[in-house]
Ligand binder design. Structure first.
Ligand code: SF4
Ligand code: MG
Length: 317
């Protein structure tokens, strides 16, 4: 992913001023084959938009996505389709992401048909295999989404992504809409499938706790920008960006006294800084470490902090 920007323009009528939202603002990173990159940020940080750009559901305003060294933007027709087949998405909401009128068979047959992979009996065989890999019985084929629980629906959504045999899956908060008791099952399923099919993941989540045990590396996003990337080990042990440090402190802690202390600290950091300006570091208004005028005037670039560890902060560590 190289220098991806995705802007949304709203308004611009006779009376309304045009407003440009930079949902994704100059984001670059790579994911090695077989790796899981956890992408974390609060809601509205641009992580779902970035995920959709990567799988081709949204066009980038500018920038480039390449798969195995091949730029997707340059490919046309069949070559482009072959590239997109390798990249699939699992959506956050297993209720709205499945068409309620389609049976499970039709839901899973659609990508097979769209990518010209299989039809008829061959398609049915592949559908049974994908359901089985996702822990669903073959009898699910003739049923509709409403007949399944949330966890089972997410299994159907995962089977739909898996059935075209992708190399890479963007999982956009795949457990956020599920009961806590079901979340671990779905995460374990994703881990099992990764091992069985040699998959690579971009695993999007809004808190660091969810991606901790599945990620090899973690990228933290804030207001459309990457603010920190590091190995999971490094990021949890020595977070260098004040926002990441704040996110780690927001992970609920069982000790009630520690929890009360955490709330106090988090609340304090959410009061906008009196010296806040419109420019500068995107985090400066909330940053407990901001120093003025520098942080209010200059946006820090994402720069090497330690080996394999990049941070966008004037005062990392
Ligand atoms: Fe905080 Fe300044 Fe670092 Fe931004 S650059 S995160 S405001 S210390
Ligand atoms: Mg989202």
């Amino acid at each position: 992913v190289t220098a991806i920007r995705r802007h949304f323009v709203s308004g611009g009528g006779l009376l309304a001023r045009r407003k440009v939202t930079r949902a994704v603002d100059d984001v670059s990173f790579g994911i090695a084959a077989g790796e899981t990159l956890g992408l974390v940020g609060e809601s509205g940080s641009g992580k779902s938009t970035l995920g959709r750009v990567i799988v081709g559901l949204l066009a980038a305003t500018s920038g480039q996505v390449a798969i195995a060294g091949q730029a997707v933007g340059g490919a046309r027709g069949g070559a482009r389709r072959a590239l997109w087949r390798r990249v699939q998405m699992v959506f956050q909401d297993p209720y709205s992401s499945l068409n309620p009128r389609l049976t499970v068979r039709d839901t899973l047959a659609e990508p097979l048909r769209n990518f010209g992979i299989a039809r008829g009996a061959d398609a049915d065989r592949r559908i049974r295999e994908a359901l089985d890999a996702c822990g669903l019985p073959a009898s699910a084929m003739t049923r509709h989404p409403r007949e399944f629980s949330g966890g089972q629906r997410q299994r159907i959504g995962i089977a739909r992504a898996l059935i075209v045999r992708p190399d890479f899956i963007v999982a956009d908060e795949p457990v956020s809409a599920l009961d806590v008791s079901i979340q671990a099952q779905i995460i374990n399923l994703l881990q099992d499938l990764k091992a069985a099919f040699g998959l690579t993941y971009l695993f999007i989540a809004h808190d660091l706790a969810v991606v901790r045990h599945v990620s090899d590396r973690v990228a933290v996003m804030y207001r459309g920008k990457l603010v920190e990337t590091a190995s999971a080990e490094m990021l949890y042990a020595r977070p260098a960006h004040p926002y990441t440090q704040l996110l780690l402190r927001s992970v609920p802690m069982p000790d009630p006294r520690a929890e009360a202390e955490r709330r106090k600290r988090t609340a304090a950091s959410e009061i906008a800084h009196p010296q806040a300006t419109a420019g500068g570091c995107p985090f400066h208004a909330r940053c407990p470490k901001a120093r003025f005028p520098l942080c209010g005037e200059q946006a820090p670039p994402l720069a090497a902090h330690a080996s394999g560890h990049r941070v966008a902060c004037h005062f990392p560590g």
